[in-house]
Design a protein around this ligand. Structure first.
Ligand SMILES: [Zn+2]
Length: 268
């Protein structure tokens, strides 16, 4: 973990320090070796949060994009009393989990059920074939409105174990490669696979990473599923009506076009 409590205050690991875990109250030891990033570990060597994985520089860089008061936040289920620590929980209540290593489907589902209002940010460079697959699959994506795409075969773009999530999954194909130029929009953007399908299509969206950080606090509804999918479904319907306009039917109503502009502002 990045933080432990010292005298009731969140503190980062420094050589020789001891702190306390704010979940189980046991002793934490600062680990500041050369092989891994500075972190805290339970003295007992057993983490009280079974969902916690060893952090990499990729995790830490993502966490550091958010304010400190949103990082490593305890989330408690009031009904069951179950406790876990979210990587990020914004002041709006949105939880963001960063995932680099492979994760079992049952744990993935457990986390989604537990946090509910959450999204994943996944390291898309974990396996060497992940980004080449996305590039190849990208050609088959069909753009709807700017930044949103439809896919009949999302497995041609994304790793199989992330295709059936119940929350949005944002793939980071840049990973820790800081040499990727900003102009390389396909790689420097995040690519979101939304849950559920619209008329059988998977919905994919490109979002700038700084935009994700901003919207997570200011407009989380734009990052999660429902509003976007309803909008895309409506857009497809209007397109269909437009096509039918040649046979004398009406053009889309002005309100729908206004909504389209609202969403476009937040997309690539
Ligand atoms: Zn603990």
């Amino acid at each position: 973990m990045k933080f432990a409590q010292i005298n009731g205050v969140k503190a980062e690991a420094q050589q020789g320090l001891r702190g306390t875990c704010d979940i189980c109250q046991s002793v934490m030891i600062a680990k500041c070796g050369k092989e891994r990033i500075k972190h805290w570990a339970h003295k007992s060597k057993i983490s009280c949060d079974s969902w916690w994985e060893n952090e990499t520089e990729w995790h830490r860089a993502w966490k550091n994009r958010f304010p400190e008061n949103c990082q490593e936040i305890i989330h408690r289920d009031p009904a069951s009393g179950e406790i876990h620590k979210a990587d990020i929980k914004t002041t709006s209540g949105l939880v963001i989990e960063f995932q680099r290593s492979a994760i079992q489907p049952d744990e993935m589902q457990s986390r989604e059920r537990f946090y509910k209002n959450m999204l994943w940010v996944v390291d898309g460079t974990r396996l060497i074939r992940d980004y080449p697959r996305f590039c190849k699959g990208f050609r088959s994506l069909r753009q709807t409105v700017k930044g949103f795409f439809l896919s009949s075969f999302p497995d041609e773009c994304f790793p199989a174990n992330w295709l059936t999530c119940s929350v949005p999954v944002y793939f980071d194909f840049q990973g820790r490669d800081d040499s990727v130029p900003q102009e390389d929009a396909r790689r420097s953007a995040l690519w979101c696979l939304f849950p559920n399908r619209v008329e059988g299509f998977a919905v994919v969206a490109g979002v700038r990473r700084e935009e994700l950080v901003k919207l997570a606090s200011t407009a989380p509804d734009l990052l999660i599923a429902q509003g976007n999918l309803c909008y895309i479904a409506e857009y497809i319907r209007l397109q269909r009506e437009n096509a039918a306009a040649h046979t004398g039917r009406q053009y889309p109503d002005p309100l729908a076009l206004l909504n389209a502009r609202r969403f476009r502002r937040h997309r690539l």
